[in-house]
Design a binder for this molecule. Sequence first.
Ligand SMILES: [Zn+2]
Ligand SMILES: [Zn+2]
Length: 495
Amino acid sequence: MPERPELPEVVQRLIDPEVADLRVVTDSSAVAGGAMRVIVQARNAAGATATGGEGTVSLAAMGPDGHSNAGKVELRRGVGRADITIPEPGLYRLEAVTEDDARAVTDPIEVAAERPAVQLLWGDIHSHVRERRAQALISDADELMGPPTIEAALEWARDVAGLHFAAVTDHDLKLTRREWEQTIEAARRITDDGRFVAFPGYEWGDSRGMAMNYGHRQVVYRRSRVRGVEPLPLARCCDSGTTTADGLFSALHSAVPLDDVLVVPHHTARGGGNTWMNWDYYDPDLERVCEVYSIWGSSEKMGEPYPVRYIATGGYWSTAEARGHHLQDGLARGYRFGFTGGSEAHDGRPGRPLIHGRDLIAEWEVLSPPGITGVWATDLTRDGVFDALRARRCYGTTGARIIVRFALGDVPMGGEIAAGALSGPAELRAEVTGTAPIRSCELVKNNRGIDSASSPSESLDVEFSDPAPEAGDYYYLRITQTDGEMAWASPIFIT
Ligand SMILES: [Zn+2]
Ligand SMILES: [Zn+2]
């Protein structure tokens, strides 16, 4: 019998059952007296689930009136879940404490007296499961390296990452028609209104072959069928007619109601391998949002604290970013898009990848932390979330569940207002409840920071005023916490 190959060191670290810390996650928006899901995850030193985590975890709600008991969670093989309620409105955090006195605290939770018009939901519409190394090498540790199927990846997004919505968007070059059907079916099966929704999607783009020099884009659909009956198109970059960005756009325009599809450019400034976004090809009807941040770094502008990286032979390298390919370069052309954050998981762990599945590289050591998207949605349904994304009522973060509201009068983030409707200065309000003190909340106008505020606490509520708004102007927020976590609120456009 052939000898079992030794598992790579990174895999050994991932399957370590020893508990190093706890993570506790829950909703950011809740209603007093309503059910709220809590997930507790025991993690090992590599940040993966520590299967040795067992026992009872006590939960306490920390709010305006101090601590109160909020129930218990039983940990089994490192993960536990419970539904709890907080009876009184206010701003809260939950603390989880194990029998061994290990502790973790959630990000802030806004508990409203009544159901608000929009609630903050978290998701990741950029992830993969299909980048895997030869199965033989991985053998029985494969399961522990990451969920092996699309369905399992979506369950992981819901049950471990604690997301409200997700899309697995595998690379089109590796996606067969049969696998595409499985992708659609997995998203349909797992969608459970009020709990978790999944969207069918894939990634269009090539780094080396015929469709390079256009950039990479996710294609994400609202529904499982076009107009309820027809199959969802899989327009691949290797298929005749859709090897160019324009070809993709026209294929989608002719096949799908525009309201039911999003095309999302990502790592737009990633130099090397021609994987940057070519802004000569942009579709305003389809490309309503662009990914501002993922494990590859931030594509907002040159010189970010999270510079965009790319794969070079033998490892990951911070590289000179591709000048002219950032989101600011697209906005400067007059394009109107909002911002998302993505994980770009390649190990089937949407929202919280741990390894680059193909290369077995520990992402937590070499890349930036994974991003997520916050949306202000009317409800947790496919329509609620998709409408919010199409309306650009969304923002990207470096993973922290920072609560961000941004509005010009009653026009929320991502919205538009005619210059003629503004009499006098633009009054912009930023309300932030962070997960750490706020080092800066910058108001960016037409790509230039024009004002800034900070807070020694985790909360900030500030009015910015711009005396002379004109048609063509746009304003967005760049928020940086003292712990380095960031958020980018989608622009508001003056038309
Ligand atoms: Zn890509
Ligand atoms: Zn990708």
